[in-house]
Design a protein around this ligand. Structure first.
Ligand code: ARG
Length: 563
């Protein structure tokens, strides 16, 4: 809020870009030095003066306003003091729209996220795309954009070929009825173990030929040619899987604007491959496989030798169809970083073909979720099912609630805990997942934040029908804790904007934690009910409650009035 005003002033005086100033501004280590500090080093070149001289010059040129009370030079730093009373007056006026923005007005952002593969269970590794994507959707909505959530199911591809072969050979019908997720997993793992001895690690799997890979490709070909028996198996696999996915989405409370399968883009993808051949952007190998030469020796295959489509064929089709349908201003693909080369190739090929929406597309890669030292790999059967993790955390939440004899909704607590573990980590970093962290509800965790919200709610409830718009809440002086709480709350709008720009929900997650800590410190040291500052402090508690509620909403974490 006031920080934005300071940035505005600096923008005028220094001619630096807003983002640059935003990144440079610091919070002085000691509040007595100022509320915000701008280091003048970067200006040396432009002004042809030392940073210290520039700080003095700027301090004399910038005039105080009603919100910025003082500007002082301190060595190479330009320090700003804000009028905290004025800020406090604004903070206690905030409402449910606090942090919302119109920067995205009229702009559409499509987000391709979650996209699990049919036939394979969702494991802990999959939750990242799902939860990050959902949080981005919420963030863009908050910032005024029109977000479009796309769940692009892996309903076709080599893994489907493998499953069909395994289904025909080894299906246990009763097991499929009883526990479809595990039976399909068993089939997939069995196929992979047969194939494993023949596969060369580290090579493009799709390009390898061995007896089992051949069978899988043949099954896929049959499916593409519309073979009835194969289609029937495919439908059964899709239905069993789809049901399991929906259970998880329900539990996570995650919705999509559209759910489409890769297979729907088969025709469009092939048409693009044909076009690429016609335009001589793509070439055909002797065996019929089609590739685009991306680099001197980087052939990217866009269609397999037996003319079946591959992963990228569908993505080519999907990108073009989606642009036609949505005319998006931006399209974000949220996947594991191991798909970075795939998306680079996708964007390069679309660009070569002259699709001018290509620069609107970005890949948001995230690191792996590791369990112990293992990266989860479905083919080895070495996975922890997402559904199990969610169930177990909910169970643990239930125990905690009983133990403490408190109220609270175990599902909201458990799901919130899992989501928060994922979101507090930057997308680019790896997440170390363990049962201890998942089941720990203290410290930097989702339940701690939910608890802080409930605490604020209960203070307000105890205050009874206090006047939420009490104009008599005159502010004369602020305590140290009040000041830091007010300042922290005032950072919220900027944090949301930054999280949207950088596609990084962890900024909101970690902000929420710091906010909750500051609030708890405030409450610990400042009596609220019964104090002579009660009127003002209640409104401050209310402002905190609104802010933490909004932050948690952006993370997809539900709140409870009592916990
Ligand atoms: N199904 C893929 C997987 O499980 C993710 C899909 C990502 N989206 C895309 N348009 N390729 O890795």
């Amino acid at each position: 809020m006031f920080k934005e005003e300071i940035i505005g002033v600096l923008e005028k005086q220094t001619k630096l870009r807003k983002e640059e100033i935003e990144n440079l501004i610091e919070i002085p280590p000691d509040p007595d030095l100022g509320d915000y500090a701008f280091p003048c080093f970067v200006l040396s070149k432009h002004f042809k003066k030392s940073p210290n001289e520039i700080a003095i010059k700027l301090a004399s040129e910038i005039k105080p306003t009603k919100n910025i009370s003082e500007i002082k030079a301190a060595g190479p730093y330009l320090n700003f003091f804000i009028n905290k009373i004025k800020l406090a007056e604004q903070i206690i006026e905030i409402n449910a729209n606090f942090g919302k923005n119109k920067i995205g007005k009229g702009k559409k952002i499509a987000i391709d996220f979650s996209g699990p593969n049919i036939g394979k269970p969702m494991h802990v590794g999959h939750i990242r795309s799902t939860v990050i994507g959902d949080s981005l959707i919420r963030t863009y909505e908050f910032l005024g954009y029109s977000p479009i959530g796309i769940n692009y199911l892996g309903d076709i591809g080599l893994h489907i070929g493998k499953l069909i072969v395994a289904y025909e050979l080894w299906l246990d019908k009763t097991a499929l009825k009883k526990d479809p997720v595990n039976e399909l997993l068993r089939l997939y793992v069995k196929f992979c173990s047969k194939e494993k001895s023949l596969v060369q690690e580290g090579f493009d799997e799709e390009m390898q030929d061995n007896e089992w890979a051949k069978k899988a490709k043949e099954a896929l070909k049959k499916l593409e040619l519309g073979d009835k028996k194969t289609e029937k198996i495919w439908t059964e696999i899709r239905q069993a899987s789809g049901k399991a996915f929906d259970r998880i989405y329900d539990l996570l409370n995650i919705n999509f604007t559209e759910t489409t399968g890769q297979s729907q883009f088969s025709d469009k993808g092939r048409q693009i491959v044909m076009n690429a051949l016609e335009k001589a952007i793509a070439k055909k190998e002797q065996d019929g496989a089609v590739y685009v030469l991306l680099d001197k020796d980087h052939k990217k295959y866009i269609q397999r030798s037996n003319e079946t489509a591959s992963y990228i064929t569908y993505d080519l089709g999907a990108a073009v169809e989606r642009y036609k349908k949505y005319k998006f201003d931006k399209m974000i693909y949220v996947t594991d970083f191991r798909q970075s080369a795939h998306f680079d190739a996708l964007f390069s090929i679309l660009k070569l073909m002259g699709y001018d929406f290509t620069p609107k597309m970005v890949h948001l890669p995230f690191g792996t979720v590791k369990f112990g030292n293992e990266i989860m790999a479905t083919r080895e059967g070495q996975i922890i099912l997402l559904e199990d993790v969610l169930k177990k955390t909910i169970e643990k939440a239930n125990e905690e609630i009983k133990k403490r004899k408190t109220k609270g909704d175990a599902e909201k607590v458990g799901v919130g805990a899992v989501k928060y573990i994922i979101l507090k980590n930057e997308p680019a970093s790896d997440v170390q997942f363990s049962w201890e962290t998942a089941l720990n509800f203290e410290g930097n965790t989702g339940p701690y934040l939910q608890y802080s919200y409930a605490r604020a709610s209960s203070i307000l409830k105890r205050a009874g029908n206090f006047n939420r718009n009490n104009k008599k809440a005159k502010i004369k002086q602020l305590t140290k804790e009040e000041t830091s709480l007010i300042k922290k709350i005032s950072d919220f709008p900027e944090i949301v904007e930054k999280a949207g720009k950088q596609m990084n929900p962890s900024l909101i997650a970690n902000y929420s934690f710091e906010l909750a800590q500051i609030f708890n410190e405030f409450y610990h040291n400042n009596k609220v009910i019964g104090d002579k500052e009660e009127a003002f402090r209640l409104r401050l508690v209310q402002a905190f409650r609104t802010t933490i509620k909004n932050s948690l909403w952006l993370l997809g974490i539900e709140v409870m009035e009592e916990m």
